[in-house]
Write a protein that binds this ligand. Structure first.
Ligand SMILES: NC(=O)c1ccc[n+]([C@@H]2O[C@H](COP(=O)([O-])OP(=O)(O)OC[C@H]3O[C@@H](n4cnc5c(N)ncnc54)[C@H](O)[C@@H]3O)[C@@H](O)[C@H]2O)c1
Length: 362
């Protein structure tokens, strides 16, 4: 088993990474906790494949278990769904010693985590991530729901008690979801571990190779470690945690303008290439843009959409909740493995966006 220890001022916990660990969550939790009742909040697709195993693993160790299944897709990170889960928790008799288990990807992790953070002012929370992207979202304690179309506008920092990452569950994940999560793995290499980036590019030249890699659990643990180190240094994003947003300012605007047809990871991949372009101009980094384009093409990531208006993208970037008072801050690359937050002038970003869009034509 690979294990990554997450140490934050509010809580320390382990991310356990192992094929088949879903069958052991009951025994591990029994020895470490005394939850009065467990509510599994499951994404419908994750539930279809893995709910029964998790329920059996918990019941066989004496836990009282209820299950609430939410429809797949980000629309479930809504006020309505949040209220419905809270109401269900109350009806099922969850008390302050109870625990919410999130079974699924980042969507259900964020929703269930916010329920756990707010139900009776905070109860136990365990993540059982089943997507590759969740190597990012299940670690670090950011939980949230969307407010209408505004992403993650209502939330909290609420660390889980434990994360059980069963690599077997990724075998049923569609390939476009592998690609989405892989963008965040590349990002963790780019911003904090160049050796990881080089290993990914050399040993896993295709997504199928990532999926089949005998080193996969270890690569995952290495990517999680990058996030763990940053979160340990800055739990609530007062400083270096913002570095995790590399590529994300443009990405959030792309996701929004595409009405969420572009996946998070696909948008982040485009955003990282744009951040590199800005970095070449403003930090003097010499990384080759065409090399980066080639890496991302090789994994099947999409190019910058040609029909999006740069002015509309800029307006959305300035509305990002990480912008302050309408001033744009972006994470740029100082060198491979080293990033910093820079304040950007609107005109410069617009000019680079226009030229980036042209360069991204196939
Ligand atoms: N909290 C954080 O720090 C953080 C970080 C990044 C992203 N996020 C959030 O994470 C969400 C995106 O997460 P995601 O990419 O995991 O998406 P997701 O949770 O929506 O899952 C993607 C798709 O995969 C399906 N699925 C999940 N597990 C499966 C499995 N094992 N087999 C088959 N299908 C499966 C789901 O039903 C869904 O259709 C967004 O809401 C984003 O805002 C949060």
């Amino acid at each position: 088993m690979n294990e990554v220890l997450i140490q934050t001022p509010s809580k320390s916990y382990s991310v356990h990474i192992e094929a088949g660990i879903r069958h052991r969550i009951g025994s591990i939790l029994k020895s470490a906790s005394s939850y009065s009742r467990i509510l599994i909040v499951a994404d419908e697709n994750a539930a279809r494949y893995y709910e029964k195993d998790c329920v059996n693993a918990l019941i066989s160790h004496g836990f009282a278990v209820s299950v609430y299944t939410v429809p797949a897709g980000d629309q479930s990170k809504s006020m309505k769904q949040y209220e419905d889960v809270l109401t269900f928790a109350l009806a099922e008799g969850l008390d302050r010693k109870s625990c919410i288990v999130a079974l699924g990807g980042g969507m259900v992790g964020d929703l269930a985590g916010f329920v756990a953070a707010s139900y009776m002012r905070g109860i136990g929370f365990v993540q059982v991530p089943t997507t590759l992207l969740a190597h990012d979202s299940s670690v670090g304690g950011k939980v949230a729901i969307n407010l209408g179309k505004a992403k993650n506008m209502v939330g909290a920092f609420y660390q889980p008690d434990a994360v059980f990452y069963d690599t077997e569950t990724l075998q049923t994940l569609p390939m476009d979801q592998w690609r989405s999560g892989f963008a965040e793995m590349l990002k963790h290499g780019i911003i904090g571990n160049v050796a990881l980036l080089e290993r990914l590019l050399k040993d896993c030249p295709t997504l199928e190779a990532v999926k089949q890699s005998s080193q996969f659990a270890e690569l995952l643990a290495t990517a999680i470690q990058v996030k763990a180190d940053i979160v340990a240094a800055d739990e609530t994003e007062a400083g270096v945690r913002a570095h995790l947003n590399f590529g994300h300012t443009l990405a959030h605007s792309l996701e929004s303008l595409s009405q969420f047809q572009l996946s998070h990871g696909d948008a982040v991949a485009i955003g990282m290439r744009f951040a590199l372009k800005l970095s070449r101009r403003f930090t003097g980094v010499t990384e080759d843009e065409s090399n980066w384009r080639q890496w991302f093409d090789q994994y099947g990531f999409p190019r910058m959409p040609q029909h999006f208006d740069p002015d509309a993208l800029l307006a959305l970037m300035k509305k990002d909740k990480k912008a302050s008072y309408g001033t744009l801050h972006m994470v740029l690359l100082d060198a491979l493995g080293v990033v910093s937050v820079r304040t950007m002038e609107d005109e410069a970003v617009l000019e680079e966006l226009r030229s980036f869009q042209k360069e991204e034509q196939r």
